[in-house]
Design a protein around this ligand. Structure first.
Ligand SMILES: [Zn+2]
Length: 303
């Protein structure tokens, strides 16, 4: 009989059975679908929530890299009494101490904690390999123009981009020349010559996905500097800097003052002033962290 059903599909009984069978199967599937829907309704919001929570945490600042510019065989700018590398390190360590003290949940990484040479590549790699959320490079400035030594002073903060003036290019060339202290720099930086203006065309081709955040922290730093010992505000500028270019995170390079200016060199050498400058950057960091956290909440609420 059963065989007949199969062999004669037009058999009424078979067709009736067949319909009934599919009806039952459909019912079962329907039931299962309902169950699946209920489960999905329960699971999906939970999943979305956990995803959003992760995104919110990520939008804050979990890992910060503090980069004391130059070091070791690379002294940076030369003041009358002090090397730039020494000032940078002193401020970097003071800044890190403040953040560790007030934000124990933030992982603070240093590209150097003593007077040692560190390749620019390695500095960016430290940030990239640790998925850093922010990179702050600390430097002190200098002008090559002997006639402008007394009149050139103040602080400025750089974000990645193309220089808009020859002065900025001069500073970019100086800061990028750090690579000349490194072994095989021609190979490591794919023929980039820090002293050749043509090399800087490279930076006009790049897309900077962290421009907005970098600009935010740069603006906060410049605003906070107004309460510090060096108050001449030279603003936020864009510049093709290798160390920022290679870092895959919001990143800034701040020049805390001019060592070529005799007055400002003395200001920067004073430990109390170094502490005040570190406090300015710390306050900017705090504001930036809050800004990023609020931004995440706004995104979460769909604003
Ligand atoms: Zn420097």
């Amino acid at each position: 009989m059963i065989r007949d059903f199969v062999v004669h599909p037009k058999n009424e009984f078979y067709i009736g059975y067949n319909k009934f069978y599919y009806f039952c199967v459909a019912k079962k599937i329907n039931k299962r679908m309902k169950l699946l829907k209920i489960l999905l309704l329960l699971i999906v919001p939970l999943n979305l929530n956990s995803q959003n929570t992760n995104e919110m945490a990520f939008a804050g600042v979990r890992t910060l890299v503090i980069d004391a510019g130059h070091g070791g065989r690379d002294p940076g700018a030369l003041g009358k009494y002090v090397y730039e590398k020494t000032i940078n390190l002193a401020i970097a360590l003071k800044l890190g101490k403040l953040i560790e003290e007030w934000f124990p949940d933030v992982n603070v990484l240093y590209t150097r904690k003593e007077d040692v040479s560190v390749d620019l590549n390695e500095r960016s790699n430290l940030a990239n390999s640790n998925n850093a959320d922010l990179f702050i490079s600390i430097h002190a400035n200098s002008t090559e123009n002997a006639n402008a030594r007394n009149s050139t002073m103040g602080n400025e903060t750089y974000i990645m981009g193309v220089h808009k003036s020859e002065d900025n290019l001069e500073i970019a060339m100086f800061e990028n020349s750090s690579i000349k202290f490194e072994d095989n720099y021609e190979d490591k930086y794919e023929g980039f010559d820090p002293t050749n203006p043509e090399s800087y065309i490279l930076f006009s081709l790049m897309q900077n996905e962290y421009l907005e955040q970098s600009l935010k922290i740069a603006e906060f730093i410049q605003e906070e500097f107004q309460n510090g010992p060096v108050t001449r505000d030279r603003g936020v500028k864009q510049m093709g800097l290798i160390v920022l270019y290679k870092t895959v995170a919001p990143s800034v390079l701040t020049e805390v003052g001019f060592l070529s200016n005799p007055e400002e060199e003395l200001v920067l050498m004073d430990e109390g002033n170094q502490q005040k400058i570190a406090e300015c950057i710390f306050k900017a960091f705090k504001r930036y962290k809050e800004y990023m956290e609020n931004y995440a909440v706004e995104q979460y609420n769909g604003n």
